[in-house]
Design a protein around this ligand. Structure first.
Ligand SMILES: Cc1cc2nc3c(=O)[nH]c(=O)nc-3n(C[C@H](O)[C@H](O)[C@H](O)COP(=O)(O)OP(=O)(O)OC[C@H]3O[C@@H](n4cnc5c(N)ncnc54)[C@H](O)[C@@H]3O)c2cc1C
Length: 418
């Protein structure tokens, strides 16, 4: 069924207009063609004809998006994006996430989108022309290479991949994994610990992000790591062995690496949560649709109290998740120093709520719920994965408690009204 999007009375006309136009493309040009757009999702062997048709359809939708001025909401206009402000983008995301994979048709493809934002903020003009512009034009792919198998990703300060200054080159040695998009990427942004005895580029031990073309000698993409029972994926294990790149490939300054990674994740978490809200909305619609049509034991599912409980619980989960996310977005938008606490709160709450809502939708659909005919199975895995990626739940709970306790230790209570 189409997503029911109407203007929100508290939003300004411009944001409502963006949401309505996004919904029109999602409802009319993506949802009715989901199967043809993404035929591989159903696990079928693809005939050349189907592959070509899928490609043509995707290009057609992208053209519509572009003509509607909705391409790349996360980027400034001078780099081919919509130049949207933060809140407008967040509100747009819940609409475009309703259809699985739609974000890619609007030019938002992780991890490229995160890397693009980092390049906009930290890149030199030369770096932007060389790496950002081709990514926006779709001729280049990228990955973000931070997590290491032998160190806890939840404590990025433990990473030990080194970048050693040697004349006018950095020499990188290290072992990473879960570098997403690793198969197709033309370059990785690699998080390293700098070794610079001269101190010319920065203090030894400080963190930095370095752009590494994947064709550089010594970049070994060992494997696509199999996940969720599948034999492989594009989340890759990568070994960097004496990889030499010019000093101008440093992104930002030595010592800015940790902050740049945080920037990549901070606002990104709001967008991810709005995506989850959009997907919960879809799962909810699917659940209710099934409950109103499926006959079991002499009556429709909608008339069984267990199922009514699923509907009521899911309604509350979606409402709570959405309002918490909007609240956090508004705080971040006005640079409120408490926004960090709220971002951690939604990072824990929203994926868990998403997980519960999809779980109930699967239950209502029975066996069909886990079949490849419906998007629910993929949503379920996505929701579970979100509890690990971008910092696992526990790390965020620790941060929330720490910030709250500081306030009370300073003799003040928490102001839930702001
Ligand atoms: C699908 C997917 C895609 C990813 N893509 C990328 C990518 O593109 N680039 C990249 O660099 N990384 C990527 N990652 C890695 C991800 O960021 C890490 O998995 C995450 O940061 C957790 O690190 P870890 O796996 O090493 O777990 P660990 O740090 O070893 O943590 C394991 C568990 O310990 C618990 N824990 C951690 N700290 C505490 C604490 N203080 N107290 C109590 N319990 C704690 C948590 O339950 C946690 O789940 C991806 C991961 C997934 C699953």
């Amino acid at each position: 069924m189409p997503m029911n999007v109407k203007p929100v009375p508290t939003l300004d006309e411009r944001i409502n207009d963006i949401r309505m136009r996004t919904a029109e493309i999602v409802n009319e040009h993506i949802l009715p063609h989901e199967r043809e757009l993404w035929p591989r999702r159903e696990g079928a062997e693809l005939a050349e004809h189907d592959r070509r048709r899928a490609h043509e359809l995707r290009e057609e939708v992208k053209r519509r998006v572009w003509e509607a001025g909705l391409w790349a909401p996360h980027l400034p206009k001078e780099y081919g994006g919509m130049g949207l402000d933060f809140l407008a983008h967040a509100y747009m995301n819940e609409v475009l996430a309703y259809a699985m994979g739609a974000a890619t048709l609007f030019g938002v493809v992780a991890p490229n989108s995160g890397n693009q934002k980092i390049l906009v903020k930290y890149g030199t003009e030369e770096q932007k022309q060389k790496w950002l512009v081709p990514m926006v034009e779709g001729t280049m792919e990228s990955g973000f290479s931070m997590t290491e198998p032998h160190n806890p990703g939840s404590d990025p300060r433990s990473l030990d991949t080194t970048a050693t200054l040697d004349g006018d080159h950095w020499v990188i040695n290290g072992h990473k994994w879960f570098t997403s998009n690793g198969i197709d990427a033309d370059f990785f942004i690699v998080m390293c610990r700098v070794v610079d005895e001269s101190g010319e580029q920065g203090r030894t031990g400080q963190m930095a992000q370095i752009i590494v073309p994947t064709s550089t000698k010594g970049v070994n993409v060992v494997r696509g790591i199999g996940i969720w029972g599948r034999p492989t994926s594009d989340h890759c294990e990568v070994v960097y062995e004496d990889v030499r790149v010019p000093v101008e490939n440093m992104l930002g300054r030595v010592g800015e690496g940790h902050q740049a990674a945080q920037d990549r994740l901070g606002a990104g978490r709001i967008y991810h949560c709005m995506n989850s809200v959009g997907q919960m909305w879809r799962a909810f619609d699917m659940m209710v649709e099934r409950a109103t049509t499926r006959q079991v034991h002499g009556g429709l599912l909608k008339d069984k109290q267990f199922i009514q409980g699923f509907i009521a619980d899911s309604y509350q989960d979606i409402m709570a998740a959405r309002l918490m996310t909007i609240h956090a977005a508004e705080k971040l938008d006005r640079d409120d120093s408490d926004a960090r606490t709220d971002i951690s709160a939604i990072k824990v709450f929203v994926p868990a709520a998403y997980h519960r809502v999809v779980d109930r939708a699967i239950q209502v659909w029975g066996a069909a719920g886990i079949s490849n005919d419906l998007p629910l199975g993929l949503m379920y895995q996505g929701a579970r994965t979100l509890r690990l990626a971008d910092g696992p739940d526990e790390v965020h709970k620790i941060l929330i408690a720490k910030n709250v306790l500081h306030r009370y230790e300073a003799g003040e209570g928490w102001d839930f009204g702001n």
